[in-house]
Write a protein that binds this ligand. Structure first.
Ligand SMILES: *Cc1c(COP(=O)(O)O)cnc(C)c1O
Length: 378
């Protein structure tokens, strides 16, 4: 049986949270002399002199039906970074507890654990970027507080198999299993939020930074049991989401169709970009993507990355990352940006490693194709 109390650090259980002025009086009418704000206005255009709603009630109210959850199952953070950090701090005692991650994956899980002096256990994904379920289950123990899954995964771009996630949720019943769905809008699959009522140890992260196009606002979503959301609310900085962010996110939520239109465009650009990359001799593999980026295996990733920078086309070098040898991660851009990328790559002078390849042995003829399994090039 899952017990949140067993999972939390003892002092978190007994912690008395800061009680803000806006907690102690929640009315909206009256003479507000309780928060030491500037009553005259702001030193810029616009009215920012009053503290924002510490619980972001309006956004949660509008977001809940869109996500099919209750407002009490939502925590909003200063980017996803904030819930990532709060989950570590709520559950992991430094020097004692650990988190489990599956490289190659998003870097912030590891950074947050490291900042908090918490042990990081790594169980690599399989060569086709799926969960090695047996290895994960063998690696967990009573000190494993958090198990991080990223689906669709960054940097590989693929969804993790639902069966694997389900097995981990069922078996690791004393750990929180976090599914980071930053790219879920680009995937053709339902969110794990629909399973929240079935798994008290499930946490789902989403963000306004990708499909919603609001990376600059810094607004991350965390969905979990009402009990866990209560704990996160207790330990967060009281006014963690600024008023402009709340106003703009609330506005964006009334334009969900615009978000969906952008997602459709990006998906069609993703397909075209993948096809065009595959037609280039310097590309060996374009990994299948359920996200808004492609992990691309180049004949010479190092030379290609440097050349692209010279041409002022900036992509992410992932070639030193586990299981991503020779790979660059390329975000899907606008039609014009993608076109520019392809043109520049077509004009890339032959690199020595290309010309050095022995001819006629079949080695240089590694025919580019979209493979469903990374084992193809390993
Ligand atoms: C981009 C991204 C996020 C979003 O982070 P924010 O702090 O919300 O901008 C979260 N997780 C993964 C895996 C990402 O790639």
């Amino acid at each position: 049986m899952f017990s949140l109390n067993n999972l939390l650090r003892p002092h978190i259980l007994t912690l008395t949270p800061y009680s803000s002025a806006r907690d102690e009086y929640t009315g909206t009418e009256g003479v507000f002399l309780d928060a030491n704000e500037n009553p005259l206005g702001s030193a810029t255009q616009g009215d920012y002199n009053r503290y924002p709603d510490p619980h972001q009630g309006a956004i949660k109210h509008r977001l809940a039906p869109i996500k099919g959850v209750r407002p009490t199952q939502i925590f909003l953070g200063n980017g996803s970074d904030e819930p990532i950090d709060l989950l570590v701090r709520a559950t992991c005692t430094p020097g004692k507890d650990s988190i489990l991650i599956m490289p190659p994956t998003y870097g912030m899980y590891e950074v947050s654990a490291a900042v908090n002096d918490v042990t990081i256990v790594k169980v690599p994904l399989t060569p086709d970027f799926q969960v090695d379920v047996d290895a994960v289950l063998a690696a967990i123990n009573e000190n494993t507080k958090l198990i991080w899954l990223c689906s669709p995964n960054n940097p590989s771009g693929n969804l993790l198999q639902a069966d694997a996630i389900r097995t981990i949720l069922e078996t690791a019943s004393q750990s929180l299993v976090i599914v980071d769905e930053a790219y879920i809008d680009f995937a053709d699959t339902p969110s794990w939020t629909s399973e929240l009522d079935n798994f008290p140890n499930l946490v789902v992260l989403q963000t306004f930074s990708k499909a919603w196009g609001l990376a600059a606002l810094r607004l991350g979503m965390c969905f979990a049991s009402e009990e866990l959301i209560g704990v996160l609310n207790k330990i967060k900085p009281p006014y963690n989401i600024s008023a402009p962010t709340q106003t703009l996110a609330l506005e964006a939520l009334t334009h969900e169709a615009d978000k969906n239109n952008m997602v459709s465009q990006i998906l069609s650009e993703r397909q075209q970009l993948a096809d065009n990359l595959l037609s280039l001799p310097i590309v060996q593999v374009v990994h299948p993507s359920d996200a808004n980026f492609l992990l691309v295996h180049f004949v010479d990733a190092y030379a290609t990355f440097g050349y692209l920078i010279e041409q002022q086309v900036i992509v992410r070098d992932r070639s030193k990352v586990k299981l991503c040898d020779g790979c660059l991660r390329i975000s899907v851009g606008t039609s014009a940006e993608n076109k520019r990328l392809i043109e520049v790559l077509q004009q890339m002078p032959e690199s020595p490693s290309l010309t050095d390849l022995p001819l006629g042995t079949g080695e240089e003829a590694t025919k580019p194709e979209l493979v469903s399994s990374a084992t193809k090039f390993l």
